[in-house]
Design a protein around this ligand. Structure first.
Ligand SMILES: [Zn+2]
Length: 481
């Protein structure tokens, strides 16, 4: 804080037992001036940031508050993951071969598993996803439309304490599992949104699978539903060239031009991917204020040619709304938004263009701009008085921080997510000293191993062994045989 600045958030003494002081950290606020407040203390009460100032002043004002010492730490806003599948993949992470096409991965591997997954599997997968996200500083996730048991998914996410938006599986393509006619699919979406309380951390969105697996009737019905329920909506489009080919064949227009003509683009919509887009599609995205969730890890892992076709840096330059996503545990693999920021920035730098995306811009996409893209920037995305206390404390005492560099570069290029020590969501400490607080990690590990094996067995999926696994046996055991 510049010398002479007082503290923000009023000055009356507050007596509350539900208060916490995050003390003496260097706070990367992501406010409009992008201020970094050195050795600042953040006062949290009733889920919100109520003051930011000097430790002595805030201790006097909140005498009963718990203290989370953030000395020698950096404090950043909770990271936003705007495209994170939370079912099935977490139970088969790193098991799907990486030498097959994404179509084969989805239809030969994932769909048989989804068909066999029950509510217990979905809740467990969501729990694993939330743990994986929170321990990497991701405090908000948006599930992009592959939840057959959305209330169980919401239960799993809520129990760990992450903020999330969840919908019901949405497509009406013939012969697909979980598919239903447009009207029935819309009714399911409405039911999900209405059953999840609006005041909770995990609330409902309208979520379609998208691609060329959704009829025009379903796209328009879903869009109208989101407006009527005053919620957001999301679907996948054009991570690869196949969607454009399918739309050109079906209706003679590229997908996003077609969606524009249907009238379903707009600020409520988060399009997952939009990588293979032409000038007209780019223009439509910017003009309508449609948001895009960029998942660079998935594009690299699946060979989707972002370097040739992707234009997310250009979208940023043209005032587009962009968030980062990490897709799934077999496509991008790690729900690590700072790593996604690294990858997107690196891909844009690789063009050799002097106007490439900079680390500070990528950090904004990971936080405040990502919050804006998912329509939540009034609540989250920056550390400011009045916002929800979604905070990430990074321990910067380790060797990866010596000497500590310029914060935006160090956070994006420096592998910072490995330093996440404590995480607050809505004022509650959900990760402390690198341990998630609301689940038993040992039990979770055992349940994941058991349920993963059972699920693969039911789906008749066998994971190929690439290299031989050799059990080492002792001399005594060998003699006993
Ligand atoms: Zn996806």
């Amino acid at each position: 804080m510049a010398e002479g600045d007082g503290w923000e958030g009023g000055d009356s003494a507050v007596s509350t037992v539900d208060a916490m002081l995050v003390m003496n950290g260097d706070v990367v606020t992501m406010d409009t001036q992008r201020r970094i407040l050195t050795e600042a203390t953040i006062a949290v009460a009733n889920g919100s940031i109520v003051a930011i100032g000097h430790a002595d002043d805030l201790r006097a004002r909140f005498p009963q508050a718990d203290v989370l010492d953030a000395t020698a730490c950096m404090v950043i806003p909770g990271l936003i993951n705007a495209h994170q599948h939370a079912t099935v993949d977490p139970l088969v992470r790193s098991m799907i071969p990486d030498d097959i096409s994404s179509t084969e991965a989805i239809f030969r591997w994932l769909m048989p598993l989804h068909e066999q997954a029950d509510g217990d599997d979905d809740e467990l997968a969501a729990t694993l996803t939330a743990v994986d996200c929170l321990t990497r500083g991701v405090t908000t996730l948006l599930e992009p439309g592959t939840t057959a048991h959305p209330l169980r998914v919401a239960a799993g996410l809520s129990a760990v304490g992450i903020r999330a938006r969840v919908g019901c599986w949405g497509w009406d393509a013939e012969g697909m599992p979980f598919a239903a006619p447009a009207a029935e699919t819309i009714a399911r979406q409405e039911e999900t949104v209405k059953k999840l309380p609006r005041s909770a951390l995990v609330t409902g969105w309208v979520t379609l699978v998208g691609h060329d697996l959704v009829s025009d009737e379903l796209f328009t019905g879903a869009s109208e539903l989101a407006t009527r329920l005053d919620t957001g909506l999301t679907w996948h489009m054009s991570p690869h060239g196949a969607d454009a080919a399918a739309y050109l064949k079906r209706c003679g227009q590229r997908p996003i031009v077609h969606l524009d003509r249907l009238g379903v683009l707009g600020p409520r919509l988060v399009l997952g991917h939009a990588v293979h887009i032409d000038d007209d599609e780019l223009e439509a995205i910017v003009r309508t204020g449609t948001a895009v969730a960029s998942c660079p890890g998935a594009y690299l892992r699946l060979g989707q040619e972002y370097g040739r076709f992707g234009r997310h840096g250009e979208l940023v330059r043209r005032g587009g709304r962009i968030a980062l996503g990490c897709d799934s545990h077999n496509a991008g693999d790690v729900p690590d938004v700072l790593h996604a920021a690294y990858l997107l920035t690196a891909l844009e730098h690789d063009r050799g263009d002097s106007g490439a995306l900079r680390a500070g811009e990528a950090l904004a996409i990971a936080t405040i701009d990502g919050a804006r893209a998912v329509g939540m920037s009034d609540q989250i995305g920056s550390i400011e008085v009045g916002k929800a206390a979604d905070l990430v404390v990074l321990d910067t005492s380790g060797p990866g921080w010596v000497p500590r560099g310029e914060p935006t570069k160090h956070l994006v290029w420096g592998g910072a997510s490995t330093s996440v020590r404590d995480v607050l969501v809505d004022g509650r400490v959900v990760v402390r000293d690198r341990e998630v607080q609301n689940v038993d990690a040992t039990e979770l590990r055992q349940e994941a191993a058991t349920r993963s094996a059972m699920l693969r067995s039911r789906a008749r999926i066998e994971v190929p062994h690439i290299w031989p696994e050799v059990a080492i046996v002792s001399h005594r055991d060998r003699r006993a045989r």
